[in-house]
Ligand binder design. Structure first.
Ligand SMILES: CC(=O)SCCNC(=O)CCNC(=O)[C@H](O)C(C)(C)COP(=O)(O)OP(=O)(O)OC[C@H]1O[C@@H](n2cnc3c(N)ncnc32)[C@H](O)[C@@H]1OP(=O)(O)O
Ligand SMILES: O=C([O-])CC(=O)C(=O)O
Length: 375
């Protein structure tokens, strides 16, 4: 029998080693490959961070140019993936559309099920390049609009907003979105990354691992919380109503989305940056209602429950004010996190061992068998 006792939710259980991401939950520090995310967030491009996560070092100019070129060339979708998105009912949740489209894209990937490091690198590039195209294309199709082809002159952040809205984003939005992508790129063994690694650990292919991860990110206790925060703000309606609304929800023992974390015992460092971005886009739009409401909710929750905001609290208000529909907030999270998922899958393949924990059995052990005719 296993030596270790059972830990509900695997809390604080160390399940693998990794060189990709470090979290100091007490100090509120998040590090990608040795770099504090706060130092990267507003000074680098998302593509640089993708390179860092995959390769362990920041790229030089030639390496960055090559990765950007690979991403640009890989951004268009295979025709059957387009046709599939076109065939979906318009009320399909965009996260379901993304999950199934990524799975389908795997079938048309020219590298198929090849598992060489080179083939896996190319698949990682295609995934990072195509997830934004899928999310934007489905959003337009369900609103009766034609998808917009990716523009090779734009960065990944700019391109997503361009493909979504059909026009180039204003400078502030492109910059803020780039920062949001960097902030969401990786987070150690969060649930979706764990799920990707479990799938990769069976030596299944990268698309299967990323499909598992997307399904895991969808839930409201994980990436799905950003969408739920926006619905909560819409229900609250005004800054004045925030306190009574939250107090009533807490009295009903409801969880308030965007608060609490398995690892952080202080404020999530990403939330601190996103709060400022929420203010920036709010000021730019001459509308600080969402920002002010979130701050009021934060004060009530921190005062009464001593719970801190997580990454999902402020991101939605940022996206909303950039014209991103609420039900694609979680797919937008995936646009970024696919970089971390693929980095972890590549790391898993490099030093693989099947991931297979044990369960503490709590059922009956010695029951007398009764044949069917006598039950
Ligand atoms: C990208 C991300 O995944 S970030 C997380 C996004 N998820 C959310 O924002 C959903 C809301 N938050 C939560 O549900 C949790 O805090 C989680 C899932 C993030 C972490 O869960 P866990 O580590 O398992 O903590 P757990 O749910 O056991 O909470 C511990 C205690 O704090 C309370 N608590 C935790 N989060 C919240 C919350 N958001 N609102 C109200 N109470 C909360 C729990 O009710 C529990 O109280 P109890 O001990 O009196 O029963
Ligand atoms: O680490 C976690 O458990 C959840 C999280 O914040 C993330 O995935 O970004």
């Amino acid at each position: 029998m296993p030596e270790q006792g059972f830990k509900a939710g695997l809390e604080d259980v160390v399940a693998n080693t990794s060189e990709i991401c470090f979290i100091d939950g007490h100090e509120g520090r998040l590090v990608y490959r040795g770099y504090n995310v706060a130092d990267l967030a507003e000074t680098t491009s998302f593509e640089e961070v993708v390179y860092l996560l995959w390769n362990g070092d920041l790229p030089n100019q030639a390496q960055l140019a090559q990765l950007k070129d690979e991403i640009k060339k890989s951004a268009p979708l295979a025709k059957p993936v387009h046709e599939f998105l076109r065939s979906l009912p318009h009320d399909t949740h965009p996260m379901d559309a993304l999950r199934t489209a990524v799975s389908l894209a795997g079938i048309y990937d020219p590298d198929g099920n090849a598992m060489t490091p080179e083939a896996n690198h190319r698949k990682a590039v295609r995934l990072v390049a195509q997830v934004p195209t899928i999310v934007a294309a489905f959003d337009r199709l369900r609103h009766g609009k034609s998808p917009v082809d990716p523009d090779p002159s734009l960065s990944l952040a700019e391109n997503f907003l361009y493909m979504l809205h059909g026009e180039k984003p204003k400078e502030l939005h492109a910059k803020v979105f780039n920062t949001a992508l960097i902030l969401h790129a990786d987070h150690e063994l969060n649930a979706s990354t764990f799920s990707a690694r479990v799938t990769a650990g069976t030596l299944s292919d990268m698309y299967s691992a990323i499909t598992s991860a997307i399904g895991t990110l969808k839930g409201p206790l994980h990436g799905g919380a950003n969408e739920q925060v926006m619905y909560m703000l819409q229900k609250i309606g005004s800054v004045e109503n925030a306190k009574p609304w939250v107090e009533a929800a807490l009295a009903r023992k409801e969880k308030i989305m965007g608060f609490g974390h398995r690892v952080y015992r202080t404020e999530d460092p990403r939330a601190i940056i996103l709060r400022r971005l929420s203010k920036d886009v709010g000021e730019d739009a001459h509308d600080l209602k969402w920002y002010n409401m979130l701050n009021e909710v934060r004060e009530v929750i921190m005062g009464s429950k001593k719970l801190y905001p997580n990454v999902d609290l402020y991101s939605g208000s940022v996206y909303f004010q950039m014209g991103i529909p609420t039900d694609i907030f979680t797919p937008v999270f995936a646009i970024s996190r696919v970089s971390g998922w693929t980095a972890h899958v590549l790391e898993q393949y490099q030093n693989n061992r099947l991931i297979r924990p044990r369960a503490e059995y709590t059922g009956a052990t010695h029951r007398d068998f009764v044949p069917l005719e006598k039950r």
